[in-house]
Design a protein around this ligand. Structure first.
Ligand SMILES: [Zn+2]
Length: 264
């Protein structure tokens, strides 16, 4: 599941393959950029901002700086292929963007919100985001302030709201609430230690940065990587109670009814 750490990893893979490289071709299979051609453009940087991916490029003359934005949502991915390698990560009809260079080709599958904007206007796409959990400018106090700003919201939805803090997806949301013993329906105002929750969010994502298997338990063994996420009806690793799963807001939530008692 693409969460902040997955997007961070993706940006790193793209940066290694493309930074400083001049493109020999491009193919945009999204209507809004169907006629765009980035041949001769030079990639200067690839970065993540929360769950958004930013590929920065210079025009052939170097005169203007642009940002190619994409969002992975639930199912998007970028893959880098060597010259001549088969593009076999996903079915071809899911390809949205191809960036070709002499040394490698980056293929974006099932991307969302693909847009090309002047780099100076990146804020139009990512300016609404709260502090980036994996950004060099991560600001826990600001994340707490933004969460506390909407005290009546339930904490499960507040953690997913990227305007509060950027990078938490459904997996980390469920695991964070379990680790802090917080019921997902708790109002933000009733969470005893928002600062502790925000700090743990940062620590979990940072711990998983640089690898593709996401674990909140410390174990990388299959079936052992989460406490509650994806474990409906299985026994809680702490107390043995069956883990519950329920729709809450737009997303499903997993929790232990004993370790995370309902707010009174
Ligand atoms: Zn439990």
């Amino acid at each position: 599941m693409p969460e902040g750490d997955t997007v961070w990893n993706t940006a790193r893979v793209l940066a290694r393959a493309l930074t400083g490289v001049r493109l020999t071709g491009s193919d945009f299979r999204v209507p809004q950029l169907a006629t765009t051609d980035l041949t001769g453009w030079r990639v200067t940087d690839c970065a993540s901002r929360g769950k958004h991916l930013l590929i920065r490029l210079d025009e052939p003359t170097g005169a203007a700086h642009w940002t190619l934005h994409s969002h992975l949502r639930m199912d998007g991915t970028w893959r880098v292929y060597a010259p001549g390698e088969r593009w076999n990560a996903r079915p071809a009809h899911l390809i949205r963007v191809v960036l070709s260079a002499a040394t490698s080709t980056a293929v974006g599958y099932h991307l969302h919100e693909v847009a090309l904007v002047p780099t100076a206007e990146e804020h139009r796409l990512v300016g609404h985001l709260g502090p980036d959990l994996l950004g060099t400018d991560w600001d826990p106090q600001e994340a707490v302030r933004r969460l506390a700003d909407r005290p009546a919201e339930n904490i499960a939805e507040a953690l997913l709201d990227q305007r509060n803090l950027a990078g938490v997806g459904n997996l980390y949301k469920c695991e964070l609430l379990f680790l802090r013993g917080i019921n997902p329906r708790t109002r933000v105002a009733d969470v005893p230690d928002l600062a502790g929750l925000v700090t743990l969010a940062h620590d979990l994502l940072a711990a998983n940065r640089g690898r593709w298997t996401q674990s909140t338990t410390g174990s990388l063994r299959r079936g052992q990587t989460s406490y509650v996420y994806g474990r409906r009806a299985q026994p809680c690793r702490r107390c043995g109670t069956a883990i519950r799963k329920e729709e809450l807001g737009e997303r499903v939530t997993y929790w232990c009814p004993r370790c995370q008692p309902a707010p009174t």
